[in-house]
Write a protein that binds this ligand. Structure first.
Ligand SMILES: Cc1cc2nc3c(=O)[nH]c(=O)nc-3n(C[C@H](O)[C@H](O)[C@H](O)COP(=O)(O)OP(=O)(O)OC[C@H]3O[C@@H](n4cnc5c(N)ncnc54)[C@H](O)[C@@H]3O)c2cc1C
Length: 402
């Protein structure tokens, strides 16, 4: 590479848990590497990382051998260790996955097999045994997964930022990228500042496809934002720990679940409805430009055509608290509408291909002098330490080649 003055070796776009974990992994693996993180918000973890269920997933759901399975199993153990080391609130609670209809029993059984293939401790429970863990929960059968936990991901992100030693610039929204393979990258932020780096890492979450396109790389996918709405349970004594339904295998979403968080409160959610803006945390947030770009992607229409029936149910439960409560009552019959208080929502960055396929696994792609993280939905918070190491490995391999 020709000699020019770089402000840093590696520039990471995005101060969520994946970007910060990448910065941390780079400085751990190659001390002395100058890393800078540009984050458009005034602090870390303001989007997906700070608006999720706070669950350390065991890895039971994911196809054996997939990145999700490998990184979640490893990442869950590492996350517990990281939280213990840095005194961040966490607990290994275990969780129940409960079948409430006969049609779900074969899928529950398939999850047991999958869990065992992924090396996860699973206990099968009959209807009566559910009460040993959750006296108020009803179901036909369930499984107990021992290694699931909860933690404070905002605390984790803050600690990763500090421990990485990276220079972190908040309020720095990247609007332009000029890439010269022989020189590196020059990135401009909304306030007109320019940062030059040898390598760029795109961890922009809900905007990762747009940032990839700023570099000139065609990501081959679009983020379709799916909002997840939550309620706070006013009678938290109804739930001891974590209770999940049997997920629909056609979707990468886990279904509305009951989660007792590290603060002791119980959240119920998230559902999955299309968001009208990438950071559209309510129906009143509409960004016509972003919505137009989502709708101009053929995959968004294919997806809608294929799954309109599922989508209609989710929409009904989004606009009607009664319908949402009815759905929750299948797991927790004692709950009433008055027990549910609306809570902050999150939006998932879900990659969708041109033909409407929902990208199931984590997706990391390389371009010249750039690594793009293009699909890091759940369980990417759990798996963030292994994801960060994988991105760091790819970046450092390129830097080592000059
Ligand atoms: C409702 C919900 C529930 C979930 N539950 C769980 C769970 O229980 N367990 C689990 O493991 N995972 C869960 N997840 C998934 C998990 O939260 C995400 O996978 C993870 O947080 C992704 O991290 P990230 O760093 O990629 O994205 P983000 O946290 O969204 O960070 C991306 C950052 O990039 C910044 N950015 C974007 N564009 C630019 C730009 N142009 N310039 C500068 N900065 C930019 C954004 O401001 C943002 O801070 C959940 C997600 C949601 C939405």
């Amino acid at each position: 590479m020709r000699k020019i003055a770089h402000d840093c070796d590696v520039l990471v776009i995005g101060g969520g848990i994946v970007g910060l974990s990448t910065a941390y992994a780079i400085t751990r693996r190659a001390p002395g590497t100058r890393v800078m993180v540009l984050e458009k918000e005034p602090g870390p973890a303001r989007h997906q990382t700070g608006r999720n269920s706070g669950v350390i997933h065991s890895g039971i759901y994911y196809r054996p051998g997939s990145l999700k399975a490998r990184y979640a199993v490893r990442g869950a153990a590492e996350m517990v260790k990281f939280c213990a080391e840095y005194d961040i609130a966490h607990a290994v609670t275990g969780k129940l996955i409960v079948a409430t209809e006969r049609a779900e029993l074969p899928r529950l059984h398939a999850l047991v097999q999958r869990g065992r293939e992924n090396g996860i401790p699973v206990r099968e429970l009959g209807a009566a045994q559910i009460a040993e863990y959750e006296p108020q929960v009803r179901g036909l059968a369930a499984i107990h997964v021992g290694t699931t936990g909860i933690c404070d991901y905002v605390g984790v992100a803050g600690r990763l930022a500090a421990a990485s030693g990276a220079e972190i610039r908040y309020g720095a929204r990247v609007v332009r990228v000029d890439r010269r393979p022989e020189l590196g990258v020059a990135v401009e932020t909304a306030d007109g500042a320019v940062v030059r780096a040898r390598m760029l890492v795109n961890c922009a979450g809900l905007y990762c496809d747009e940032v990839a396109r700023l570099t000139g790389d065609d990501p081959g996918m679009r983020i379709v934002p799916f909002r997840g709405e939550y309620y706070h349970l006013r009678r938290p004594e109804l739930v001891n720990g974590l209770v999940y339904p049997v997920p629909d295998p056609a979707f990468p979403f886990l279904g509305v679940h009951l989660t007792r968080g590290v603060d002791g409160g119980v959240h119920i959610g998230p559902n999955a409805v299309p968001a009208l803006a990438r950071e559209g945390y309510g129906w009143n947030v509409v960004r016509p430009g972003e919505l137009g770009r989502t709708l101009s992607w053929p995959g968004a229409w294919q997806l809608a055509r294929r799954h309109w029936w599922y989508g209609a149910g989710e929409l009904r439960r989004s606009v009607s608290k009664g319908a949402f409560t009815e759905a929750v009552r299948r797991l927790l019959p004692a709950v009433t509408e008055a027990d549910l208080e609306p809570a902050a929502a999150g939006v998932r960055a879900q990659a969708v291909l041109r033909d409407g396929t929902l990208v199931d696994d984590f997706l990391i792609r390389e371009g010249a002098r750039a690594v793009h993280v293009l699909n890091a939905p759940s369980p990417a918070a759990t798996a963030s330490l292994p994801i960060g190491r994988e991105v760091a490995r790819r970046v450092l391999d390129v830097l080592a080649d000059g």
